[in-house]
Design a binder for this molecule. Structure first.
Ligand SMILES: Nc1ncnc2c1ncn2[C@@H]1O[C@H](COP(=O)(O)OP(=O)(O)O)[C@@H](O)[C@H]1O
Ligand SMILES: [Mg+2]
Length: 241
């Protein structure tokens, strides 16, 4: 039984020397990372930099990563993907409840994500944004200690994405899981996260704390400096813009 102090300080996720290669090509190169409880972290990187590979390893979805380095992650982990992955033959509430019991919790979660009244809808009756709301509700009913999200808003239009940002931040505030949000969108990262990591050449190239109040605006000039640092870490210079 851990003492109270240990529980407060123990990271939710701990990686030491985590390495992953495909056909001798190293995608994750001895990564060290701690995610403290309740922190909202974003993971940025170019397409193909290994973001999904890292997320899958932490989610326990990559069985071949075992044995390389050290990885601890909590038992209650929820994962949200770009595609809602709702089962088309189950109604929304049944999708949310999948593998759990407690219908009331499912209904509550749907209220929280703004889908009250849509419990009996079929997934193909939902818009892209609504389907992602349902996916968030499904992740919530499991009361995760860790929420992993892999470009969850990547397929949504700009206006829907902004609404979803507000919703995700609100849900995080209420439930306080550790969040690791994978994105390739610098503005999404700086508007949402309190810490932003840049994955580059298989390593965490930059680990940036963003200490600005929420809700944040993309236009906040004080976020400009953070944006510049992140773009530089991503190798985007003036001439590329
Ligand atoms: N199962 C796999 N087999 C072979 N190569 C893979 C596999 N999964 C990912 N990769 C490769 O690893 C690299 C990182 O992929 P990924 O983690 O999906 O990048 P990101 O999510 O940052 O776009 C890519 O070059 C990709 O082709
Ligand atoms: Mg990816």
């Amino acid at each position: 039984m851990a003492t109270h102090t240990e529980q407060l300080t123990r990271p939710t996720v701990q990686l030491r020397g985590l390495t992953r290669s495909f056909d001798r090509r190293t995608v994750l190169d001895s990564i060290d990372l701690d995610l403290p409880p309740g922190q909202f972290t974003a993971l940025l990187g170019h397409s193909g930099s290994g973001k999904s590979t890292l997320l899958r390893a932490i989610a326990g979805l990559d069985h071949e990563v075992v044995g390389s380095g050290h990885l601890t992650a909590p038992e209650r982990v929820s994962v949200v993907f770009q595609d809602s992955r709702l089962l088309p033959w189950r109604r929304v509430l049944d999708n949310v409840l999948l593998g759990t019991d407690g219908e009331d919790k499912g209904r509550e979660a749907l209220v929280e994500v703004g889908l009250e009244g849509r419990e009996r809808a079929w997934p193909n009756e939902l818009s892209g944004g609504e389907a992602q709301r349902a996916a968030l509700a499904r992740s919530l009913v499991r009361e995760p200690e860790l929420l992993l999200a892999d470009e969850p808003f990547g397929a949504l239009d700009a206006l829907t994405r902004i609404k979803m940002h507000g919703l995700l931040r609100e849900l995080w505030k209420r439930h306080r899981p550790s969040v690791l949000l994978v994105t390739h969108d610098v503005d999404e990262a700086i508007v949402l996260a309190d810490r932003v990591l840049v994955l580059d050449q298989g390593r965490i190239g930059l680990d940036l704390t963003i200490d600005r109040p929420h809700p944040r605006s993309y236009r906040d000039p004080r976020l400009g400096e953070h944006r510049e640092r992140l773009l530089a870490a991503l190798g985007v210079t003036e001439d590329h813009r």
